[in-house]
Design a protein around this ligand. Structure first.
Ligand SMILES: C[S@@+](CC[C@H](N)C(=O)[O-])C[C@H]1O[C@@H](n2cnc3c(N)ncnc32)[C@H](O)[C@@H]1O
Ligand code: SF4
Length: 502
């Protein structure tokens, strides 16, 4: 535990921010305002406010003094915005002195949010040029040149894939969560429950889901609202039987408005052990040809260690089976930093992927999610160090470019190895539009099914309100009717009918 002794009082959210930044350098850190132990970092901030604020951070650590100074013009007139700016400036100097003291470099600077690309889009929409937006990321947020270039490239790809990205607020997208999986993976905290057919839970859940789809579809039809994309996720939406999938897609076709205008329907099959010919036939029957077949790793020992009861060979076989059965757009997910994996195992995963050339590939970095089996038993799982995961990420970037992929979405998570990121790559023109829309928070997303979260966006202001469906199937069965009513109430506010307006 690394203590940082600071002889000033700060609001709780500032302390959280400072601690988060210090945690990027030390395994665990704590900000204290009382007498600390000898190994503590002595931290002092000085703020001078003349025409604009200027902040200095000084630290004394292991007999050496480090200092950083940052000044910025105040453009904000709003008091809350001014406070936010000062907090950002304090973070800026703190990160700088810690970088000096430890010799470490944080490529994401002081950005803690999960959507750096959204910030870039905001700068662009505010009228900044591409160069100005990149510079703002670098100067205000200390993002590295390399990462700001990556963000700009991604934003450009997104606008090519969705030229109307900034004006899709009058439409919605739909997420449908199926909370079952063959087994639970050790790193996962998604709503994913091992599927036991005998309890009748699956059938009752599906009854509720059909009802939700019909109710929301009816409302959208009445209001004449179009759907941009539909995404079946989870969990594993192919863990249910073929006839159950068939019934769901039938309800989708019958209940949702303007299905012919929906730009994309994706079913995140995911687990190779759930993919069968009858299920692929059902997908084809309804014109769905975008799925995921997720390897995560191409090392059998790793799949065992993470509790994914399928083999590497099964991933490969199901990939080719899906292709033969007409799946035109296949995504594959890999995770960097899985237990006992280093550069060699990752190179092997890339070499195997190279033989298949899926339309898109998402490279995740392992994140220790609080409630996962892996985090609860951290000692059991040996993971690569920061330097190695950094090298793996760079190799992923190089490999993707060499194989004709372009990065098209990016997001970050808490407790992610090496403070890295997750990047989605695709062959040009094969991007998942849903992934872009959700990541950039470009429109309302209505979540149906277990654990599905909805994000309601006010078309005029872009203001977001979140709503979560119950995560556990039992709770969903009891609560889905109330969830329908609540969602419709939110939607009524966002899209009032012409009669309400009169
Ligand atoms: C919602 S999961 C569902 C995918 C599907 N059920 C499967 O496992 O193939 C989407 C992806 O998130 C990634 N993922 C989930 N938990 C993760 C974690 N803790 N760290 C890194 N990536 C994670 C995995 O690559 C996974 O394929
Ligand atoms: S199969 Fe996918 S959703 Fe299910 S537990 Fe594993 S990672 Fe999570």
């Amino acid at each position: 535990m690394q203590q940082l002794y600071v002889n000033q009082q700060f609001p709780q959210d500032w302390i959280r921010m400072f601690t988060h930044l210090a945690n990027l350098f030390f395994e665990q850190s704590k900000l204290v305002t009382e007498q600390a132990d000898d190994t503590a970092i002595d931290l002092r901030f000085t703020e001078v406010y003349e025409e604009s604020p200027s902040i200095t951070a000084d630290i004394q650590w292991q007999g050496t003094h480090y200092t950083s100074h940052f000044a910025e013009e105040v453009k904000e007139t709003d008091e809350r915005e001014q406070l936010r700016q000062r907090k950002r400036m304090y973070s800026h100097v703190l990160l700088d002195v810690l970088e000096q003291a430890t010799g470490m470099n944080q490529e994401w600077g002081i950005l803690t949010g999960i959507r750096p690309t959204k910030l870039y889009h905001m700068y662009r929409q505010d009228g900044h040029t591409i160069d100005e937006a990149k510079q703002l990321l670098q100067q205000r947020h200390r993002v590295s040149v390399r990462k700001s270039e990556l963000i700009a490239e991604i934003a450009d790809v997104q606008l090519n894939a969705l030229p109307d990205l900034y004006s899709l607020k009058e439409e919605v997208s739909i997420y449908i969560g199926i909370p079952f999986c063959p087994t639970k993976c050790a790193y996962c905290t998604f709503p994913a429950y091992a599927i036991h057919r005998k309890s009748g839970r699956v059938e009752t859940f599906l009854d509720g889901l059909h009802e939700e789809m019909r109710a929301i579809g009816k409302w959208l039809k009445e209001r004449d609202i179009r759907i941009t994309t539909i995404y079946f996720g989870g969990g594993t939406p192919t863990s249910i039987e073929a006839d159950e999938m068939d019934a769901l897609y039938q309800t989708m076709m019958e209940s949702f408005p303007y299905m012919e205008h929906v730009r994309e329907v994706t079913v995140e099959a995911g687990r190779p052990d759930t993919i069968t010919v009858p299920k692929l036939e059902v997908l084809k029957k309804w014109g769905i040809d975008r799925i995921s077949v997720n390897p995560q790793s191409y090392t059998d020992e790793t799949l065992k260690a993470i509790g994914r009861h399928h083999t590497v060979q099964e991933t490969i076989d199901k990939y080719w089976l899906s292709r033969e059965q007409g799946m035109r757009n296949i995504n594959m997910d890999l995770i960097i930093g899985l237990p006992n994996e280093g550069l060699e195992e990752f190179e092997h995963s890339l070499a195997e992927t190279e033989k298949m050339q899926p339309e898109s590939l998402t490279i995740h970095t392992l994140s220790f999610k609080r409630a996962s089996e892996m985090t609860r038993n951290k000692d059991k799982y040996q993971v690569a160090d920061r330097e190695t995961v950094g090298k793996m990420m760079t190799r992923g970037e190089e490999w993707s470019r060499d194989n004709g992929y372009i990065p098209y979405y990016l997001y970050r998570q808490k407790n992610i190895l090496g403070n890295l990121e997750n990047v989605g790559y695709s062959k040009p023109g094969e991007e998942s539009l849903y992934n872009i829309l959700i990541m950039e928070e470009a429109q309302t997303i209505i979540g149906l099914g277990c654990g599905a979260s909805s994000k309601f966006m006010e078309p005029a202001t872009g203001k977001l309100t979140q709503f979560h469906n119950p995560k556990e199937p039992g709770a969903y069965i009891l609560g889905f009717e109330e969830a329908i009513d609540k969602k419709i109430a939110y939607l009524e506010e966002l899209f009032p009918s012409s009669e309400t307006i009169k």
